[in-house]
Design a protein around this ligand. Structure first.
Ligand SMILES: *[C@@H]1O[C@H](CO)[C@@H](O)[C@H](O)[C@H]1NC(C)=O
Ligand SMILES: *[C@@H]1O[C@H](CO)[C@@H](O)[C@H](O)[C@H]1NC(C)=O
Ligand SMILES: *[C@@H]1O[C@H](CO)[C@@H](O)[C@H](O)[C@H]1NC(C)=O
Ligand SMILES: *[C@@H]1O[C@H](CO)[C@@H](O)[C@H](O)[C@H]1NC(C)=O
Ligand SMILES: *[C@@H]1O[C@H](CO)[C@@H](O)[C@H](O)[C@H]1NC(C)=O
Ligand SMILES: *[C@@H]1O[C@H](CO)[C@@H](O)[C@H](O)[C@H]1NC(C)=O
Length: 477
C-alpha cells in the first residue's frame, strides 16, 4: 500500500513534535482509508472468506437434480443464432419425435438471449427482436407443452459472448430468472472473471455467491430452488466443491463434434467417476450426436459413455434436419434407463484400461473396460479405441460387481437381444473401430460344477487344508 512519506522530501528542518504530529495524522488517515475500503467491500461481499463451502438448505418436495438432466440446449446447434420461434419449434419436435416421453424434459436457452446492456433499473432484458413475446411467454409455452425450461448466465462481469453477467447482481438476477421468467434451471458460466483484488473469494466464492442467492430466494418464497448447473470447465476441480453447491457441473472444456474431443473428455472423466451420485453429476458437456465429424459408431459410443457415466443428456443437434440414425441413438430406451436409474446414482468406472496400463492418462486411448451397478444388474461398457475392429474379452471377476462362482445372463443394450449366458469370461467379437458394447449382466445361478482353475483370481487361491493353488497345481506352504 502507498503511504505519505513521514519526512518531508526536501531539506526543511522540523521540530520533533511536528514530526510526531505528522506520523500520528498519517497513521489515523491510513487506518481510516483501510476501514472505509473494507466497509465498502462488505457492502457486496456477504460471505466470510474463511467459511467452508455451504450446500443448499432446501430438502422438501421438488428438490431438483436427483437424476442427470435430460433435454435440449440451443448452443451446439445454433450458438448465438436463437429466437423464440426456433426454440418453440424445437420444443414441438422434442415432443412429436417422442423425445419428451423418453425423459428429455428440459428445453434450455443458452447464451445470447439478452440485450447487451441492463436497463435503467439494472435488470437484464431479453432481446426484443429475438424474443418479441418476452421470456415469460416463452416459458409459459414451454411449460404448457410439458417441459421444464432452462436459462443461462455467467458468474463474472459478462457472459462468454459479452452479454451481462450476474457478478454482484446475483439476488436481482435469480429473482428475474426464477420468479419473473419462471425458469427451472440455471446454467452458470465462467467467463469475464473479475480481477483478484475485486473478487477476493477465488473460484469457489464466485459460484457460492449465486448458490447463496438461489438458497435465499427459495427460503423467502418457499418454492424449490432452481436447478443449478455449473459451467466451470474443470479447471479448479469442481468435482470437489461444486458438488456441495450445485447439482451438476462441467468437468472439462467445451466438447467438439469429433472423436478426439469425445475421447479426451471420457479420459478425463474416467478418473473422477466417484463424484457421481444422486443430486451430484459430472457434466461431460452437451451431446454432439448428429453433429460434425462423428460417424454412426462414434456417436453411439459418445452417447453410451455419457449416459452410463451419469452425465446430463442434452440434445444439441438441429432437430428439423436430424437423421433417423441420429434419432435412433438418442432414443435408445435401455441406455437412457441406466442414466435415469432411480435406485443407483453411481456411474460406471473402469476396471481395466486395456491397451494401456491401468490408470494411464491418455487422451486418445482412454480406459476400455467399464462396469457399474444398476437396479437390474451389472452394467458393462466395452470400448474399441482402435482404428480397426477388435475382440474385447474380460473375466467376470475383474468387475467388483460380478460374483465369483456364479454365471450371468447377458443382455445387449444396443441390439436389444438376450445373448448367451456368460460363464467366467465374455468376449465381444469384432467390435467396430471406435465402437461400443453395452451389456446388462444378470445373475443366472451357480456356475457349472468342476470348472478349472478353482479360482479365477489366482492370487492367494487356497484349499481348506492350507495348500495354495499357484496356477498349475497345489503346493504345500
Ligand atoms: C441471504 O440471506 C441472509 C439472511 O437473510 C443474508 O445475510 C445474506 O446476505 C443473503 N445472501 C445473499 C447472497 O443474498
Ligand atoms: C429395469 O427393468 C425394468 C423392467 O424391464 C425397466 O422398466 C427399468 O427401466 C430397468 N431399469 C434400468 C436401470 O435399466
Ligand atoms: C496413448 O496410447 C496410445 C496407445 O497405447 C499410444 O500409441 C500413444 O502414444 C499414447 N499417447 C500418449 C500421449 O502417451
Ligand atoms: C448379441 O446378439 C446379437 C444377435 O445375435 C448380436 O448381433 C450381437 O452382436 C450380440 N452381442 C454381443 C456383444 O456379442
Ligand atoms: C482371465 O482368467 C484367466 C484364467 O484364470 C487368466 O489366465 C487371465 O489372465 C485372466 N485375464 C485377465 C485379463 O484377468
Ligand atoms: C489339499 O487340498 C487340495 C484341493 O482339494 C488337494 O488337491 C491336495 O491334495 C490336498 N493336499 C493335502 C496335503 O491334503
Amino acid at each position: 500500500m502507498e503511504t505519505q512519506p513521514l519526512l518531508p522530501s526536501r531539506g526543511v528542518s522540523r521540530s520533533r513534535l511536528a514530526l510526531l504530529k505528522t506520523a500520528v495524522v498519517s497513521v489515523v488517515l491510513v487506518a481510516a482509508i483501510a476501514a472505509l475500503l473494507s466497509y465498502s467491500g462488505s457492502l457486496w461481499r456477504s460471505r466470510s472468506v474463511h467459511s467452508p463451502v455451504r450446500g443448499p438448505s432446501f430438502d422438501g418436495d421438488g428438490r431438483p437434480g436427483r437424476l442427470p438432466v435430460m433435454g435440449y440446449n440451443t448452443w451446439n446447434a445454433y450458438y448465438c443464432d436463437i429466437n423464440e420461434d426456433k426454440i418453440l419449434k424445437t420444443a414441438r419436435l422434442m415432443k412429436s419425435l417422442g423425445l419428451l416421453d423418453l425423459g428429455y424434459n428440459y428445453v434450455n436457452v443458452d447464451d445470447c438471449y439478452s440485450e447487451k446492456q441492463r436497463n435503467s433499473n439494472g435488470d437484464i432484458v431479453e432481446d426484443p427482436e429475438k424474443f418479441p413475446s418476452g421470456m415469460r411467454t416463452l416459458t409459459d409455452k414451454i411449460h404448457d407443452m410439458g417441459f421444464k425450461a432452462g436459462i443461462y448466465s455467467d458468474s463474472g462481469w459478462f457472459t462468454c459472448q459479452i452479454y451481462p453477467g450476474s457478478f454482484q447482481n446475483e439476488d436481482r438476477d435469480i429473482k428475474l430468472f426464477r420468479d419473473n421468467w419462471n425458469f427451472d434451471l440455471l446454467k452458470y458460466d465462467n467467463c469475464a472473471i473479475p480481477f483478484d483484488n475485486v473478487i477476493k473469494e477465488g473460484m469457489v466464492g464466485k459460484f457460492q455467491r449465486m448458490a447463496d442467492a438461489i438458497d435465499n430466494l427459495s427460503k423467502n418464497t418457499g418454492r424449490p430452488p432452481i436447478l443449478f448447473s455449473l459451467c466451470q470447465w474443470g479447471e479448479e476441480q469442481p468435482w470437489l466443491w461444486a458438488k456441495k453447491i450445485s447439482q451438476t457441473w462441467r468437468t472439462t472444456e467445451d466438447i467438439g463434434a469429433n472423436w478426439r474431443s469425445v475421447m479426451d473428455i471420457l479420459n478425463r472423466n474416467s478418473f473422477i467417476t466417484w463424484a457421481n451420485d444422486f443430486y451430484s453429476h459430472n457434466d461431460m458437456d452437451m451431446l454432439e450426436v448428429g453433429n460434425g465429424e462423428l460417424s454412426y459408431e462414434e456417436a453411439k459410443t459418445h452417447f453410451t459413455a455419457w449416459a452410463l457415466l451419469k452425465s446430463p443428456l442434452l440434445v444439441g443437434t438441429d432437430l428439423p434436419s436430424a437423421s433417423e440414425e441420429t434419432l435412433s441413438i438418442l432414443k435408445n430406451e435401455e441406455i437412457i434407463a441406466i442414466n435415469q436409474d432411480p435406485v443407483v446414482g453411481a456411474s460406471i468406472s473402469p476396471f481395466r484400461w486395456g491397451i494401456n496400463p491401468d490408470w494411464t492418462y491418455n487422451a486418445t486411448h482412454p480406459a476400455q473396460f467399464w462396469s457399474g451397478e444398476s437396479e437390474n444388474g451389472t452394467v458393462i461398457m466395452l470400448l474399441n479405441t482402435l482404428d480397426e475392429p477388435a475382440d474385447l474379452t474380460f473375466n467376470l471377476t475383474e468387475s467388483p460387481w460380478l460374483r465369483a462362482g456364479r454365471q450371468y445372463s447377458v443382455r445387449d443394450l444396443w441390439t436389444h437381444t438376450d445373448n448367451d449366458t456368460a460363464v467366467r469370461t465374455f468376449t465381444a467379437h469384432a467390435v467396430p473401430a471406435h465402437g461400443v458394447v453395452a451389456l446388462l449382466l444378470r445373475d443366472a445361478g451357480d456356475e457349472p460344477e468342476g470348472l478349472w482353475p478353482p479360482c479365477m483370481r489366482l492370487n492367494w487361491c487356497m484349499a481348506e487344508n492350507g495348500t495354495r493353488y499357484d496356477g498349475r497345481d497345489f503346493m504345500e506352504l
